[in-house]
Design a protein around this ligand. Structure first.
Ligand code: DGL
Length: 249
């Protein structure tokens, strides 16, 4: 059984790719709405949440956990791997590599939370590419709130998105990496602001492929019938709304 968690419904952008490559598995999705957003919380706080959600998912019978949240990956995945050595954890990584390889202007933009941008993992990845390309970063200010409230398009969403995307475009970015799992739900709005010359990269398909290969190598693929249980620590309405969108795609 595959356990997935995020601060809210953002991890659904990873779930929708997982279900494409692993359509006959059982899933449990935990949205930590009572503690959302994670973006500005301390590392200690997020680690504590990650531990207690992991315990919950293991108690449900999950044998692999997808940390479908860049911020929680940055804060907690090393700790989780150390404290639960027999459990495979799959984390998120901003797709800096494909962006760096594909840019024509030599400038890439990364949109993520403050927690992700300040995390060691991101800083290490950045260090590998910053000699070759210019990397401009911006927090997607208000993006998580837009997604949680179901405000994915229209003038208000456009204005909020514009404020964080415009500085990347002004810096010459022709590629924008979505470094937070909530942001793919704003993809159309981001693309409308950025225009046709800008490539937007969502790492979720690569994360799903990686999950599949880890599950194959550990003999965890069951293919005995799809099911999903949705759990929220707070108000479940946002999760239900996003799940509906994802299921109808
Ligand atoms: N979806 C999350 C991420 O990928 C968390 C966003 C938040 O809660 O601030 O970073």
């Amino acid at each position: 059984m595959i356990g997935i968690f995020d601060s809210g419904s953002g991890g659904m952008s990873v779930y929708r790719e997982l279900v494409k490559v692993l359509p006959l598995e059982k899933y449990v999705y935990f949205a930590d709405n009572a503690h959302c957003p994670y973006g500005e919380k301390t590392v200690q706080y997020i680690r504590e949440r990650a531990r207690s959600i992991t315990d919950f998912l293991l108690g449900k019978g999950c044998d692999i956990i997808v940390v479908a949240c860049n911020t929680a990956t940055a804060a907690a995945i090393r700790t989780l791997r150390k404290e639960y050595p027999s459990v495979p954890f799959i984390g998120m990584e901003p797709a800096v590599k494909p962006a760096a390889l594909g840019t024509r202007t030599g400038v890439i933009g990364v949109l993520a939370t403050a927690g992700t941008l300040n995390g060691l993992k991101y800083l290490e990845t950045r260090g590998l590419y910053e000699d070759e390309v210019r990397i401009e970063e911006h927090v997607g200010e208000g993006f998580v709130e837009l997604v949680e409230s179901g405000d994915l398009s229209g003038p208000r969403a456009g204005e909020v998105v514009e404020r964080s995307v415009r500085p990347l475009l002004d810096a010459g970015a022709d590629t924008i990496v979505l470094g937070c799992t909530h942001y793919p739900f704003l993809r159309e709005t981001i693309e409308a602001v950025a225009g046709p010359g800008v490539r937007v990269i969502d790492p979720a398909p690569a994360v799903a492929q990686h999950t599949l290969s880890v599950m194959e190598s550990r003999n965890l693929v069951r293919s005995d019938g799809f099911s999903i249980e949705l759990i929220s620590s707070g108000d479940p309405s946002s999760l239900e709304r996003i799940f509906k969108i994802v299921s109808e795609e």
